[in-house]
Design a protein around this ligand. Structure first.
Ligand code: ZN
Length: 178
């Protein structure tokens, strides 16, 4: 193999910026969990999320804990931390992100597709994510690659997510630039 020929170097240096015109491809759809949807269904989003916490965390729900939170001094702009008492589990998404999603039972092969998509979003603090990234993360939960939700073609997963009626999964609408 001759890799150091002058031709290949010239090719690399070539300006190929006009091959990918920005804005030509449709923006990547991102999905998130719409907490308001749950409330509109008469469900408590916090309850729904707490059900996905690990057994240890579920036992602690309602326990009073101290939480450190940052306070910025308006004059000096210095950040100090103050303590406040909160109920454990009152912000379940961050508990799942920081604890439960790191445990091996958080996602198991026999869970339905929508359940695992829901859990991956929770594990990421419900940041809107493209389905491809969700799939990448699901791969880490299924080393054999033979879990039902990995075997489905991406278009099928997309259709299932778009037709969801139980998890409040929504496409993230990016506000039009004014
Ligand atoms: Zn936990």
């Amino acid at each position: 193999m001759d890799l150091d020929g002058p031709e290949s170097f010239a090719e690399d240096a070539g300006d190929d910026s006009d091959e990918l015109v920005e804005g030509e491809q449709p923006a990547e759809d991102r999905f998130y969990i719409d907490a308001d949807w749950h409330e509109r269904q008469g469900l408590s989003f916090n309850d729904v999320v707490q059900e996905r916490m690990c057994p240890q965390c579920q036992l602690r729900v309602g326990e009073e804990v101290e939480e450190r939170y940052p306070v910025v001094d308006r004059k000096t702009r210095r950040v100090t931390y103050e303590l406040r008492r909160v109920q454990y589990g009152s912000r379940p998404v961050s508990i799942i992100r920081d604890c439960c999603a790191r445990k091996s039972q958080f996602i198991v092969p026999d869970m339905p597709v929508l359940e695992v998509v829901f859990r991956i979003l929770l594990a990421n603090g419900n940041q809107p994510m493209p389905l491809e990234h969700i799939r990448d993360q699901l791969r880490e939960w299924c080393p054999t690659g033979r879990c039902q939700w990995l075997l489905l073609p991406p278009e099928t997963v997309r259709r299932i997510v778009e037709n969801d009626q139980f998890y409040g999964l929504r496409r993230h609408e990016i506000p039009e630039a004014a």
